[in-house]
Design a protein around this ligand. Structure first.
Ligand SMILES: [Zn+2]
Ligand SMILES: [Zn+2]
Ligand SMILES: [Zn+2]
Length: 123
């Protein structure tokens, strides 16, 4: 059986322990690659949580308003509408709050128009 040395753990392993990719086989064995993938996944997950927490801390009212909207959509209380710009062809819309203390008082805008409104009002 053909063997190949892993550049990571320096162990010689059967060729089948190395995953194929476009240019041949990876230089690291699948055990090392799996371990790396897990570490990266963990790091990403931690990073995501940290970002959410930071966002929550900075914008508690905004955050609450947004999560109120998504749970209202889930429960069918709020139904996403077309962009309020009638000539807008975009069908995917986001809820915009004129007043974050009124979480279910929203305007529906596509991403582009939504962004435009925030740029104008500098919210
Ligand atoms: Zn290895
Ligand atoms: Zn908005
Ligand atoms: Zn639009």
């Amino acid at each position: 059986m053909k063997r190949k040395q892993c550049t990571q753990c320096k162990k010689k392993k059967a060729l089948t322990r190395f995953h194929l990719h476009e240019n041949g086989r990876h230089s690291q064995c699948s055990d090392c690659r799996n371990a790396q993938g897990r570490a990266r996944y963990k790091k990403n997950a931690a990073e995501k949580i940290r970002k959410v927490q930071e966002y929550r801390k900075q914008q508690p009212i905004k955050y609450r308003a947004r999560s109120a909207v998504s749970s209202a959509i889930e429960r069918g209380i709020l139904i996403p509408q077309l962009c309020e710009h009638q000539d807008c062809k975009e069908t995917k819309t986001e809820a915009h709050h004129d007043d974050y203390t009124q979480p279910l008082e929203v305007r529906w805008l596509c991403r582009r128009h939504h962004r435009a409104i925030h740029l104008k009002s500098k919210l």
